[in-house]
Design a protein around this ligand. Structure first.
Ligand code: SF4
Length: 344
C-alpha cells in the first residue's frame, strides 16, 4: 500500500509557530479529512510485561534499571480485568511489552488466540521489540496484524549513541522483514533527544519515507526516571506537533497517533493538540492500575487516557470514532482513498 505525496518537510516547517503553524496544521487536517473524513481510530493498549533485555538510554525499563519492580500479567488478570473492560468504542487492541521473548511466548500468544475467539472483530496490534522471525510468524498466525517497531532515532550514529535496541542495521532488517512478510508495520521516532542535531533530526523523515509503513509516530523525549538522561530537558512540543503534521502531509494514508505526552495541562488537552496537527489515532490505557506505574517508559506519574477523556478530545476537535479497525480500514482503503491521485 503506497500513498505518498510530493511533500517533504524542511527544517523551517518544523520551526513554524503562530499563524504559519496554524496554517500548516490546517493543511494536515484537511489532508486527513480527504482520506479518513472525520473518523479517528480508538485503540486500547495493555502493557503485559515490563521485562526488557535492551538498554536504551532514554527508557526507564532498560535492563540496567535494577530498582524497577518487574511484572508479567497473568492470563487471569488479562481476561478478568482487561478484556472484559474494553469499551465498545475501541476497534483495536495494542499489546505492548518490553523486549521479553518469554512473556511473548507464554502470555501474548495465548492472549491473542483468546481475543480472536472472544472478540473476533477487534484488530490486534503488537509492540514487542525485535524477536525471532519464527515468533513473528506465530503471532501473525494467532491473529495479530499490525506490528509497531519504531526506529527510535536516526541516523545510525545517533541510534548507537542513545543505546537503542540491537543495532541500527538489525532493527532496519526486522522492520523490512515484517513489512515484506504480511505485517502492517507502524514505526516512529523520538523528538528532542539531548544533543540530537537538527541535521540528524531531518534524517528521521528520510528513513520514514524509505520504509513500507502503514503508520508512523513521533513522540517528545521525556527524561525518564532512573535513566542516564534523567537530568536532561524534555523535547519541544512545537517540534513534535509540526513533525506530526509533516508526517500526515508526507503520507496521507498513514495512521499517525496522538500522544498524551503532548499535554501541558491534562492528557485530553494533549490529544486535542495532536488531533489538530493531523493525527488520527487515540489510545485508551487498560493496563491494571497496580502495575501501570512500573511500565516506566518515562515517569511514574503518566497521563492515563480513559474513554471519557478521549470523547472530550474528539468533541473539541469535531471528530468521531471510527467504526472499523485499522486493518479493516486498510483492507477497504482502495475504495476509501480514491481522491489521492498519488496512491497506487
Ligand atoms: S525502549 Fe523498549 S527496547 Fe528500549 S529499554 Fe525501553 S522497553 Fe526496552
Amino acid at each position: 500500500m503506497e500513498c505518498k505525496s510530493n511533500f517533504f518537510p524542511t527544517l523551517d516547517d518544523l520551526r513554524l509557530e503562530g499563524t504559519a503553524q496554524e496554517e500548516f496544521h490546517e493543511k494536515a487536517r484537511s489532508t486527513r479529512a480527504s482520506i479518513f473524513s472525520d473518523r479517528v481510530f480508538i485503540r486500547a493498549v495493555v502493557e503485559v510485561s515490563n521485562y526488557c533485555r535492551e538498554n536504551c538510554h532514554y527508557c526507564g525499563m532498560r535492563r540496567d534499571n535494577r530498582a524497577l519492580d518487574r511484572f508479567r500479567l497473568s492470563s487471569e488478570e488479562l481476561t478478568r480485568n482487561v478484556l472484559e473492560s474494553i469499551p465498545d468504542s475501541v476497534t483495536d487492541l495494542d499489546i505492548q511489552a518490553g523486549e521479553d521473548p518469554k512473556g511473548t511466548r507464554e502470555l501474548v500468544l495465548p492472549l491473542i488466540q483468546h481475543i480472536k475467539r472472544e472478540k473476533p472483530r477487534l484488530g490486534i496490534t503488537v509492540c514487542l521489540g525485535c524477536l525471532d522471525y519464527q515468533i513473528y510468524d506465530e503471532l501473525k498466525s494467532a491473529g495479530a496484524e499490525i506490528y509497531i517497531m519504531k526506529y527510535e532515532v536516526a541516523p545510525e550514529a545517533a541510534y548507537k549513541r542513545f543505546g537503542a535496541p540491537v543495532t541500527w542495521s538489525e532493527r532496519m532488517k526486522h522492520i523490512r522483514w515484517l513489512s515484506d512478510n504480511g505485517w502492517r508495520v507502524s514505526s516512529g521516532f523520538i523528538s528532542g533527544l539531548p544533543g540530537h542535531t537538527d541535521e540528524e533530526y531531518m534524517e528521521n523523515f528520510k528513513v520514514a519515507q524509505n520504509l513500507k509503513l502503514h503508520g508512523c509516530s513521533v513522540s517528545p523525549f521525556i527524561p525518564g526516571e532512573s535513566t542516564p538522561l534523567a537530568d536532561q530537558k524534555m523535547g519541544s512540543v512545537t517540534r513534535v506537533l509540526n513533525s506530526m503534521a509533516a508526517l500526515r502531509l508526507m503520507h496521507p494514508l498513514w495512521v499517525v497517533p496522538a500522544v498524551s505526552a503532548l499535554s501541558i495541562t491534562d492528557a485530553s488537552e494533549g490529544y486535542v493538540r495532536g488531533l489538530n496537527a493531523g493525527a488520527n489515532l487515540v489510545t485508551i490505557n487498560l493496563t491494571p492500575p497496580d502495575v501501570r506505574a512500573n511500565y516506566l517508559l518515562y515517569k511514574r506519574d503518566r497521563s492515563i487516557m480513559t474513554e471519557e477523556k478521549i470523547f472530550r478530545a474528539l468533541d473539541q476537535t469535531g471528530l468521531v470514532p471510527s467504526l472499523v479497525s485499522q486493518s479493516q480500514f486498510w483492507a477497504d482503503s482502495h475504495r476509501e482513498a480514491p481522491s489521492v491521485t498519488s496512491c497506487s
